[in-house]
Design a protein around this ligand. Structure first.
Ligand SMILES: *Cc1c(COP(=O)(O)O)cnc(C)c1O
Length: 460
């Protein structure tokens, strides 16, 4: 245990959780149409569906709720938040939003000036890609090769492929690139970090071609911690200094504050110095999110976020955070479960194509493992594979994902090492009977975003 950082906090308030019996779990899953999204959370013992808005607030944050003003125009809560964001980013302009996708819908259309302009990211997060496309843009991913290698260590699997980035800009023409989005950590690649060296090179390429850089920084603090741990020359720098150096390489910061903001709801837009873009964003935010000094948040939300942003930069907290994900990953690897290695910042990605190779991709092996894990231990993960990918819009055929992942996402400051040990024990048992698992077939499938609402029955 001593090789892992222990939690730098003690528990002051608890929320009871209950493990219902195995026969009840079997029934609940059947009632949910074999889709864990449709389970009630009270029927889940350990919920690893997402790390978004599922973390625990500190007593400082709970206390700050009481000093939240009623927020519309110019509340003290807004100015407290604005001060913190300016201090952390070094940027001039700050607008709150109700969550990350709110920030995206305000800013991305202002950057995508013409139909068909491209946006390039290491990997676009789902909602980011959706907002690029809704605004008439084309989302192009540009991840490094190591990103797709599950088994071999690489310190920064979230990096851009720099040669590919240059080639795309050349092919499309720099005047047709609306923005480069640096997603840190790279969520869709398993929360893998991006190095400052790589971001500096991206910045250089963008500057040469006069392309604005956006940081999609839901987990910028976790990324900064990885830089401190793994990048030469940063061992002795503070997390805050590393974050500041990161922000200096971009022009715009969009954040889902439900991750490294350590709050249950909230988002942020910060703009370095582009007054015109700020003015556009300020106009756009009003009909979508709310007046620019609240953006869909209450005063108390903004106060809790102001404190959460500072707490998330604490090095002991970050070491513990990254370590608890690593701990679960280490136990699974020792138990013979195939996972993405090394683990990223917020989740363990389990390679279910190798656990249940007998299940064809269009009977969803990762969903089958996910369901079996719920039956085994009342644990809820989420499928990130062919079910999520959906169908080809033209041929209507099921698309085959590159990897059939089960994602076990760890909420911040919520579960203990004992909980994670239990998760590992349950999944090791499921892995050992993986070759006996059966696939699933649809009894209901919605035309878009089917994974949220689909219903299934087990194949014979
Ligand atoms: C979560 C997330 C978003 C979207 O934010 P929401 O708060 O869920 O709307 C955007 N980008 C990244 C990288 C994310 O992780």
């Amino acid at each position: 245990m001593s090789q892992y950082q222990l939690p730098p906090y003690k528990i002051k308030m608890v929320e009871p959780i209950k493990l219902i019996s195995k026969s009840q779990r079997i029934n609940k899953l059947k009632e949910a149409g074999y889709n864990p999204f449709r389970l009630k959370s009270e029927d889940v013992f350990i919920d690893l569906l997402t790390d978004s808005g599922t973390g625990a607030m500190s007593h400082f944050q709970w206390a700050a709720l009481m000093q939240g003003d009623e927020a519309y125009a110019g509340s003290r809560s807004f100015y407290r938040l604005e001060n913190v964001v300016k201090d952390i980013t070094g940027y001039k302009y700050v607008i709150p939003a109700h969550q990350g996708r709110g920030a995206e819908q305000v800013v991305l259309p202002a950057l995508i000036k013409r139909e068909g302009m491209s946006v390039i990211s290491n990997i676009h997060f789902d909602t980011t890609r959706a907002h690029v496309e809704i605004a008439g843009g084309r989302a192009i991913d540009c991840a490094c090769e190591e990103c797709f290698d599950l088994d071999n260590y690489h310190p920064f699997k979230g990096n851009f492929d720099l040669d590919k980035l240059k080639t795309i800009i050349q092919e499309k023409g720099k005047e047709n690139i609306a923005a480069i989005i640096m997603t840190i950590t790279n969520n869709s690649a398993g929360g893998q970090p991006v190095s400052l060296e790589n971001m500096r090179a991206v910045n250089h390429i963008a500057r040469e071609n006069n392309i604005p850089i956006v940081i999609d920084g839901a987990r910028y603090a976790e990324n900064s911690f990885y830089i401190k741990q793994r990048e030469a020359g940063y061992e002795n720098k503070s997390i805050k200094a590393i974050a500041l150096e990161t922000f200096a390489l971009a022009d715009i910061f969009l954040m889902s504050a439900k991750k490294d903001g350590l709050v249950n709801i909230g988002g942020l837009i910060a703009i370095k110095d582009d007054l015109e873009l700020f003015q556009q964003a300020r106009v756009r935010v009003i009909p979508m999110e709310g007046f620019p000094t609240y953006g869909g948040l209450t005063g108390r939300d903004m106060d809790a976020l102001a404190i959460g942003l500072e707490e998330a930069l604490d090095e002991d907290y970050l070491k513990y955070r990254i370590d608890e994900v690593k701990y679960l990953g280490d136990l699974l690897r020792e138990g013979g479960v195939p996972i993405q290695y090394p683990t990223g910042g917020h989740a363990v990605f389990v390679d279910c194509g190798r656990i249940a190779p007998q299940i064809p991709f269009d009977e969803f092996p990762a969903q089958a493992v996910c369901n079996e894990l719920y039956i085994e231990g009342g644990i809820r993960g989420v499928e990130i594979g062919s079910l999520l990918l959906g169908r080809d819009p033209d041929t209507k055929e099921n698309l085959k994902a590159d990897k059939e992942f089960l994602r076990l996402t760890i909420p911040r400051r919520t579960y203990t090492f004992e909980h994670l040990k239990y998760v590992a024990e349950c999944l090791i048992k499921v892995n050992n009977r993986g070759k006996k698992l059966k696939g699933l077939k649809f009894t209901y499938e919605s035309p878009i975003l089917r994974h949220f609402t689909a219903e299934f029955e087990p194949c014979e």
